[in-house]
Design a protein around this ligand. Structure first.
Ligand code: ATP
Length: 360
């Protein structure tokens, strides 16, 4: 069942079209993330849902209700901002109570609800502190508590973790996900961090150039990227030119392989193959049909958990490989040869171009 529906949303700033035609359904109780590079339109879309600005055309529904023309304070949405946006002259308690006081909720209830939510976000012992006495992570918990305490139908979050250091980001994202699941609150979350988006979301919408390029589960976005942009932006990939032959085969890294039907039917003599670095096998036999090439190690980085290799394959440029740490491979020095293997079943094929669609 959908809780938020965005129907044909368009928005321009002067001549610049920031949202081209956004059509998205967000399920009740789900954690939905807008992911994309800077300038792709994420914040513009989130602010249209919040009511901070109006879309030029299209409609926004929360449940059955059309909210696209309502002022922001009548939309029953909570918002958490990147820069915390806490009131510096109000205590933690008063910051969180603010929305309830505005709604003229009786004082006894305000006290009870604020105390309960502060406990939930682990700030009960800091209720009387002023914002400048809090860390960035604690200030963002105040922002979260303030948004949740009004019991909104939808929670909107605009890069809420981007001002925090790496460790705190991971801790707080766990807490946000746990709270969201506990409250069952439909959440629309904006980030440009693809790992964060995969980790936290039920559904991810990858945006680029004012378009939703793909909406899907983190698994689908990573494993079946709808087009080359998604495959580039989410995780890493080795892209390789592919010649499509008229005899039903294709040529990848100098090796002929049977062309999948969609590649054969693709009306072009060339396309692009993609393989994730973690699928490239190093000095290992292949379990099925595929490509094996020799290459020269150019760089090797051992990070403890994994081993990142850059290998030059003569005539075909460099390929990245990511393997589990292996002492024998760690010992190989740059300039020495090794063997790379790619199973045919691990290769995805895309049409040419920045947003060339997934063929197979
Ligand atoms: P970021 O991750 O950098 O915040 P974003 O994906 O949220 O990026 P938006 O803030 O939605 O991007 O902006 C989308 C595009 O619209 C950008 O190219 C931006 O320069 C442009 N834009 C945003 N606000 C305005 C404005 N008020 N006037 C003119 N152009 C704007």
């Amino acid at each position: 069942m959908s809780q938020v529906q965005l129907k044909n949303i368009k928005k321009s700033y002067g001549n610049y079209v920031a949202l081209k035609n956004i059509d998205i359904d967000i399920g009740l109780g789900s954690f939905f993330t807008l992911l994309g590079p800077s300038g792709c339109g994420k914040t513009t879309l989130l602010r249209a849902i919040a009511g901070f600005h109006r879309q030029d055309s299209g409609e926004i529904y929360v449940g059955e209700k059309s909210i696209g023309q309502l002022p922001a304070n009548k939309r029953n949405v909570g918002m958490v901002f990147q820069d915390y946006a806490v009131f510096p002259h109000l205590s933690v308690f008063d910051n969180v109570a603010f929305g309830l006081v505005q709604q003229k909720v009786p004082a006894a209830q305000v006290k009870e609800r604020v105390a309960a939510i502060l406990k939930t976000v682990h700030l009960a012992q800091h209720a009387e502190r002023m914002p400048h006495q809090l860390s960035g992570g604690q200030q963002q918990r105040v922002g979260l508590a303030r948004a949740l305490v009004i019991r909104p139908k939808v929670l909107l979050m605009d890069e809420p973790l981007s001002n925090l250091d790496a460790k705190l980001r991971i801790d707080l994202r766990r807490d946000i996900r746990q709270l969201q699941q506990e409250f069952g609150i439909t959440t629309v979350y904006v980030t440009h961090d693809q790992e964060e988006a995969l980790a936290i979301s039920d559904q991810v919408c990858v945006m680029y150039d004012g378009w939703a390029q793909q909406v899907g589960s983190p698994w689908a976005i990573y494993n079946q990227p709808a087009n080359r942009f998604v495959a580039t932006f989410v995780g890493s990939n080795n892209f390789m030119p592919v010649a499509v032959r008229s005899d039903g085969e294709l040529e990848l890294l100098g090796t002929r392989l049977p062309a999948p039907p969609a590649v054969r039917e693709h009306a072009s003599a060339s396309c692009v193959g993609a393989v994730r670095p973690e699928k490239v096998r190093v000095n290992q036999a292949l379990a099925g049909p595929g490509v094996q090439v020799r290459g020269v190690l150019r760089q090797s980085m051992f990070t403890g958990r994994e081993l990142q290799l850059t290998v030059e394959v003569e005539g075909h440029g460099t390929l990245d490989a990511l393997t589990a740490p292996d002492e024998a491979i760690v010992a190989i020095k740059p300039g020495h040869e090794l063997q790379l293997g790619i199973q045919a079943s691990d290769v995805l094929y895309f049409a040419e171009g920045e947003t060339g669609k997934l063929l197979s």
